[in-house]
Design a protein. Structure first.
Length: 198
């Protein structure tokens, strides 16, 4: 089909050119088209060079000041958090004020005691009476520690009191370790007894 059309166009090319539209037809078409408008020329206005008002300039500076203040506050907050973490200031401010070298040690011991107490609480969930028995001994040591802590600012020999506080914390850790060991042995015996029954 395509070949026939191409052959027909090629053979009759001259016949296509004999019937060209007349100039009169083109003139009538041009008259029906809308008239072209002359392009509008907009005069170029150069902006007047003006200095920004002092209010706008102060506002721009104010934004930078606010951003700098926020960054400063965040930096100080982060710094305070890191110092607190390193020296345990909020946990034991008395120790940190009287002897900063022991503050970190006291902070580490108190965190370890809290962790071990949580572990003990979890391991004795099935036997709350056992936890109560263990808690009695721990509470006695804790009361002793709180007494030492309250005596610290009044005592002239603060280093001795801090050493006693650290010794008390070590005893609490030892007691917690012993209690956790006892609970572990009880659980192991119960597991072995259950294995023998099965």
């Amino acid at each position: 089909m395509k070949d026939k059309l191409q052959r027909f166009v090629r053979d009759n090319r001259e016949a296509f050119d004999t019937y060209e539209p007349s100039d009169d037809l083109w003139n009538r078409l041009n008259q029906q088209l809308p008239a072209e408008e002359a392009p509008k020329v907009v005069p170029e206005v150069t902006p007047a060079v003006s200095t920004p008002s002092p209010f706008k300039q102060a506002w721009r500076n104010l934004n930078w000041r606010i951003a700098a203040s926020i960054a400063l506050v965040m930096g100080l907050g982060w710094f305070g958090y890191r110092i607190n973490q390193n020296y345990g200031i909020t946990e034991t401010p008395e120790v940190a004020l009287s002897n900063p070298t022991f503050a970190k040690q006291v902070s580490q011991y108190t965190q370890l005691i809290d962790t071990k107490r949580d572990e003990l609480r979890q391991m004795t969930e099935s036997n709350p009476n056992l936890y109560k028995e263990f808690a009695v001994e721990l509470d006695q040591l804790e009361r002793s520690y709180q007494n030492l802590k309250s005596d610290l600012p009044k005592n002239p020999n603060q280093e001795v009191v801090i050493q006693a506080m650290i010794q008390n914390l070590q005893w609490q850790i030892d007691l917690l370790n012993q209690q956790l060991d006892i609970i572990q042995r009880i659980k192991n015996k119960n597991n072995h007894a259950n294995d023998k029954i099965m």
